[in-house]
Write a protein that binds this ligand. Structure first.
Ligand SMILES: NC(=O)NCCC[C@H](N)C(=O)O
Length: 412
């Protein structure tokens, strides 16, 4: 590594640079029939979603954060070497199951006709069957399940949740094998940017890559400090990925991590990632949705440490607060309950990402305006809260943390 392009040694250090994606035409390619497969609960009104997202980006910039867009990085990557356009199209079609055939060649030819910027937009937007003069050559293009799909390449409406296809950890990252096909292409884009973009190539260590069977998503990967991570065992992240990542982080000389806290959470759509129920917002303050614990405030937590033989040792815990105190070396911790723990308000605000806060400095967060009970409580606990609009963005089931991937935070 010559000079690091990534520096993320906490969830709370002053945020200097962040990766975003502005929601685009892909949002308008969600239909009632495809909604579930595309991991949406409703169809956002694009114009308002874009206004809301621009406002979010402006709040970041007003607070001294440089905003970088993945669609720009990918375009610049392709611009840096003409060969990359061909290879990206080949990989993209291959990962969508288009083996070498006339169908493959026709789609590839059509995609190659775009310039790099248009191609990137097209891959996000999706490719409709009726969009070009597509000559039918195979049975599955005209009959059965495949032919019913109006898209030859699905849209990527979840792309504005830039947190998930990768996680920036220390001076490196994981490039993630996503759980559902609807999101898998998003981490291919990251792979290209990290391998070939002049800013990142050779300047970021890859702790785990996407060419594996077990799943891992960035919403589950929390960097608590420069040597401790918390990772959700969730609908989207498997215990195997966590074990392998811990092994790599503990043994790689470029990593300073010696502790991974694996936190088991319910496996469902409302709480798909750890950061939908738990975020770190200050040195000793966290927001948490109480529904992840049982009546005795217990849950399954495992602390992973390096063992003597270069492997990973495991210890079981059941209390989140006590475990955090233990691994962070703190005598007290303030757990701020989403919706004040009320049996109606807490799940309602959690559903709209009241637990999903983005810290832009210790004790200073960005969050959705609609979760007013949680916001009031956070202010009462001394936090500075920047509210952002959330009517349409929230329909994708992700909040300010999900919509942002810190690239650089000041060390604390
Ligand atoms: N970190 C996050 O929780 N991201 C939100 C992802 C929402 C998206 N609709 C998904 O289901 O993947």
């Amino acid at each position: 590594m010559t000079k690091p392009a990534i520096q993320v040694n906490s969830e709370i250090g002053k945020l200097k640079k962040v990766l975003l994606h502005r929601p685009g035409a892909e949002i308008e390619n969600i239909t009632p029939d495809t909604m579930e497969r595309l991991l949406f609960d409703d169809i956002p009104f694009l114009k308002i979603a874009q206004d809301e997202h621009d406002y979010f980006a402006q709040v970041l910039r007003d607070n001294g954060v440089e905003t970088v867009y993945i669609e720009d990085l990918l375009t610049e990557t392709l611009d840096s070497d003409p060969e990359l356009k061909h290879s990206l199209i080949d990989r993209y079609l291959d990962e969508h199951g288009y083996t070498k055939s006339k169908t493959h060649d026709e789609i590839a030819k059509y995609l190659l006709s775009f310039d790099n910027r248009q191609l990137v937009n097209k891959l996000y937007t999706g490719l409709r069957r009726n969009e070009f003069d597509f000559k039918v050559t195979t049975l599955h293009d005209v009959a059965g399940h495949d032919a019913e799909n109006p898209f030859l390449l699905d849209p990527l409406p979840n792309a504005y949740f830039t947190r998930d296809p990768q996680a920036f950890i220390g001076n490196g990252l994981t490039i993630n094998h996503m759980t559902f096909p609807a999101r898998q292409p998003e981490s291919l884009f990251i792979e290209y940017v990290m391998k070939y973009h002049p800013t990142f190539a050779d300047n970021a260590k890859v702790w785990q890559n996407r060419d594996r069977d077990s799943r891992l998503e960035g919403g589950d990967e929390l960097v608590l400090n420069g040597h401790v991570m918390a990772i959700g065992v969730s609908q989207r992240t498997s215990s195997r990925s966590i074990q392998d990542l811990a092994q790599e982080l503990f043994n790689n000389p470029d990593s300073n991590f010696d502790t991974v806290v694996a936190v088991e959470i319910p496996h469902n759509h409302a709480m798909m990632h750890l950061d939908t129920v738990f975020t770190m917002v200050n040195y000793d303050q966290f927001t948490v949705f109480p529904g992840i614990m049982d009546a005795d405030s217990k849950m399954n937590i495992y602390i992973l440490h390096p063992d003597q033989e270069g492997g990973v040792a495991l210890e079981h815990r059941t209390n989140l607060k006590d475990t955090l105190k233990e691994v962070l070396g703190l005598s007290e911790i303030d757990m701020i309950e989403t919706g004040n723990g009320d049996p109606i308000i807490a799940p309602r605000e959690q559903w709209n990402d009241g637990s999903n806060n983005l810290a832009i400095a210790p004790g200073e967060v960005i969050t959705y305006d609609r979760n007013y009970v949680s916001i009031k409580l956070m202010r009462e606990h001394g936090l500075t809260v920047h509210e952002i609009r959330s009517s349409e963005l929230a329909r994708g089931r992700g909040g300010a943390r999900c919509m942002s991937q810190p690239i650089w935070r000041e060390n604390i």
